[in-house]
Write a protein that binds this ligand. Structure first.
Ligand code: FMN
Length: 335
């Protein structure tokens, strides 16, 4: 699963082992999920967005997003959100002190909570401030700094090329682009023409993101944009093996054989165990529900299981229900 792959992406001193990355998703891409995706061949698994405001770092939620919270199997990448150069630089240094090997800067999040504080994608409207922030970050740490953006504030102002050039000028190591503007949030279809234009404009690695849900789509987006890598978010939920499927297709143009249902059941149970270990009983059970629902959705004939799994009130009951339910689902095919 982890054999060296052709055409790897270079991020500063690091050569990534592959061209498909896990997109950071707050509330989803915790260390247990990132570890699973890395095992299936995600070449980089960045952590969930962490505020650069260290006054907020005492909460359990923030602590779990930090570099020290647990190693995924790829580089320890921490994503920061903020709009104050000094605060951002201090946060980046603190995360590197905790072991972060890469700092990603969030210029893509459209969430109101984030944009109201002029963070995330709201910053795309203020190019001089973006330059100051990136300059401060790059100067603050010796590890590579990457940036994740949208194509612009709105369809009339797609300034991704200018932001990318500015990022490159500041010494940013790579740029990931979600092919939607800020106002589009998650509506419509991601477009890749802007990503292609960015790729033509800069020399740093460009990572294409948005609406990639199959190996063939990953291949098509790489071909269309000329990007160095693709980043997958939502399609990995309930199907962390998508990274293996993409790697197999990119290497051989073959569709990877479907995972055996017994193997899927084993990985779901392993995922549950790691969630309970990472979050503890109360939060672990609640986080697990989110993933279990997605595992059910991906398996067309496991739909009836959903209610049973959601009704379980503690980890023992939840684990037993998953073991029994997915076990029966796996055996139904074997019979
Ligand atoms: C639940 C959720 C949480 C997200 N959280 C973050 C985040 O913390 N940082 C970030 O840069 N992007 C975040 N995103 C955006 C994704 O990284 C990605 O750009 C977007 O989902 C498009 O990719 P996809 O179509 O492969 O899902 C989030 C997306 C979702 C659905």
């Amino acid at each position: 699963m982890n054999a060296p792959r052709a055409a790897n992406v270079q991020l500063g001193p690091y050569a990534l082992n592959g061209r498909v990355l896990l997109a950071p998703m707050a509330g989803v891409t915790d260390p247990p999920f990132r570890t699973l995706c890395a095992e299936f061949g995600a070449a980089l698994t960045c952590g969930e967005m962490l505020s650069a405001n260290q006054a907020l770092w005492h909460t359990a939620k923030s602590r779990r997003r930090m570099a020290a919270s647990g190693a995924a199997q790829t580089l320890r990448a921490v994503q920061l959100a903020g709009a104050d150069p000094l605060q951002l630089a201090a946060a980046a240094r603190a995360q590197v002190d905790q072991g972060a090997e890469l700092i990603d800067f969030n210029l893509g999040c459209p969430a109101k909570k984030v944009c109201d504080q002029l963070c995330g994608s709201a910053l795309l409207s203020d190019e001089p401030l973006v330059a100051r922030l990136l300059d401060a970050l790059v100067r603050a740490v010796a590890v590579p700094v990457t940036v994740k953006i949208r194509t612009g504030p709105d369809p009339a102002r797609r300034n991704a090329v200018r932001i990318a050039l500015l990022a490159e000028g500041c010494g940013v190591a790579a740029i990931a682009i979600h092919g939607r503007t800020r106002v589009e949030r998650f509506s419509g279809q991601a477009e890749y023409a802007t990503i292609r234009a960015v790729k033509s404009a800069v020399r740093i690695p460009v990572i294409a993101n948005g609406d990639i849900s199959t190996a063939q789509q990953a291949h098509a987006v790489l071909a269309l944009t000329g990007a160095d890598a693709v980043m997958i978010g939502r399609a990995a939920l309930g199907a962390p093996w998508i990274f293996r499927d993409v790697n197999v297709f990119l290497e051989s143009r073959q569709i990877a054989p479907q995972l055996l249902r017994t193997a899927i059941t084993a990985l779901i149970l392993r995922h549950l165990e790691s969630l309970y270990a990472f979050y503890g009983e109360y939060t672990g059970v609640r986080m697990a529900r989110k993933h279990l629902v997605r595992y059910c959705e991906r398996q067309t004939d496991a739909g009836a299981l959903r209610g049973v799994l959601l009704a379980a009130e503690n980890s023992v009951a939840q684990y037993d229900a998953a073991q029994r339910g997915f076990g029966e689902w796996a055996n139904a095919l074997a019979a």
